[in-house]
Design a protein around this ligand. Structure first.
Ligand SMILES: *[C@@H]1O[C@H](CO)[C@@H](O)[C@H](O)[C@H]1NC(C)=O
Ligand SMILES: *[C@@H]1O[C@H](CO)[C@@H](O)[C@H](O)[C@H]1NC(C)=O
Ligand SMILES: *[C@@H]1O[C@H](CO)[C@@H](O)[C@H](O)[C@H]1NC(C)=O
Ligand SMILES: *[C@@H]1O[C@H](CO)[C@@H](O)[C@H](O)[C@H]1NC(C)=O
Length: 147
């Protein structure tokens, strides 16, 4: 009963071969740069259906984001390019900037630690540094007196 699963197992192998081929056959960067915007456009189209105020909530659009990533991967390998590669990466970053540039400002949605946690985290090293510096000054003064 293993046989039906076989073709699925071949897919990663094929993709791997495509990747291997990239070095030999050459990655057509022109072709890739022509194809990637199709993925970007498809992503922009579905994101337009998501309310803007939900754009920073990853769980709202993770499915679209995955298929966008899949799309860039597929198109890149089709033209014999490795994925990820710097060109595709900078394209994805550009799309990121277009949609999520305002999200880092709204810290709550990315679940950063609240201030109650952050303040001790920052304060403790500061207090320690001041204390250590004071100790060094105090010790050096004592040595001065001893000499
Ligand atoms: C690369 O892709 C471009 C655009 O699709 C095409 O015109 C060109 O012939 C391709 N070059 C190679 C070497 O395949
Ligand atoms: C993000 O969206 C999910 C699914 O709709 C929802 O359950 C969750 O409360 C939202 N989170 C925030 C921070 O809005
Ligand atoms: C993207 O590809 C992965 C692995 O090939 C697959 O598991 C996943 O379901 C795909 N996601 C979408 C949204 O197509
Ligand atoms: C980010 O905020 C600026 C200023 O409020 C706004 O002009 C821009 O359209 C916003 N970008 C996104 C992707 O929401």
């Amino acid at each position: 009963m293993e046989t039906p699963a076989r073709p699925l197992h071949l897919l990663p192998l094929l993709l791997l071969l495509c990747g291997e081929c990239a070095q030999v056959c050459g990655c057509n960067e022109t072709g890739m740069l022509e194809r990637l915007p199709r993925c970007g456009k498809a992503f922009a189209d579905v994101m337009r259906k998501v309310d803007v105020w939900k754009w920073c909530n990853l769980s709202e659009f993770i499915v679209y984001y995955e298929s966008f990533t899949n799309c860039t991967e597929l198109e890149s390998t089709l033209v014999g390019c490795y994925w990820p590669n710097p060109l595709a990466q900078s394209f994805i970053t550009g799309v990121h900037r277009q949609f999520f540039s305002n999200c880092t400002v709204d810290r709550a949605h990315w679940e950063d630690p609240p201030d109650e946690v952050l303040i001790p985290l920052i304060a403790v090293p500061v207090v320690l540094t001041v204390a250590m510096a004071g100790l060094v000054v105090w010790r050096s003064k004592r040595t001065d007196q001893l000499l």
